[in-house]
Design a protein around this ligand. Sequence first.
Ligand code: HEC
Ligand code: HEC
Length: 162
Amino acid sequence: MNARILAVLAALPVLLPAVLPAQSPGQGASVQTPFRPPVGFEQEPVPPPIPADVTDDRRVARNYPEQPPVIPHNIRDYQLTLNNNQCLTCHSRQYTAGSQAPMISITHYVDRDGQTLGGVTPRRYFCLQCHVPQTVAQPPIRNDFRDVDSLISRPSDGGDRR
Ligand code: HEC
Ligand code: HEC
């Protein structure tokens, strides 16, 4: 072990109290964050129920054109493994007539070299990497995202708009 590391180790007892918060677990009751109820770290509150999935089959508008659309239906027990992709039994080109599901778009057939393949490209095989269902959970922090259209149509505030 070289001398510099030894020097740092020797200084640790002096440095640590300076960087660690001086709060003990017992004082946790005063901690206020949006992510946990106002209880001490040593208490074990009853967890809230898991929120239900939104499964109303209504396609959700995208916030920007490149967004992977969210899934508006139930996906429980749909297998997605190396040998079986149940999403594709409705969403691939050859099955959409029967399922009336929207077809995966052309980007799902293009491999990383820009070649358009006959089937879904490996990099788009595991759908849930990008597409997710939604739940009725309320976000702990309000989201004030506004898409570009509402920003452009905002009434002029007379300020400098670049
Ligand atoms: C039984 C057929 C079926 C299966 C299986 C299925 N879907 Fe769907 N999917 C649909 C239909 C039909 C829609 C159109 C909206 C609706 O009716 O729910 C849809 C809509 C979607 C959308 C929204 C598309 C958009 O433009 O808004 C996404 C994303 C999606 N599905 C992803 C998936 C994924 C990922 C899986 C596998 C985990 C899957 N689906 C399995 C039939 C299916
Ligand atoms: C790497 C991320 C990624 C993966 C993996 C992926 N998608 Fe997508 N998907 C997207 C993006 C981004 C869009 C929107 C832009 C586009 O069409 O490329 C999209 C669009 C879609 C749409 C709407 C198409 C349309 O024309 O409206 C459907 C349906 C869909 N995906 C289903 C699937 C299914 C089913 C799978 C699994 C086989 C899958 N996706 C895998 C990123 C992904």
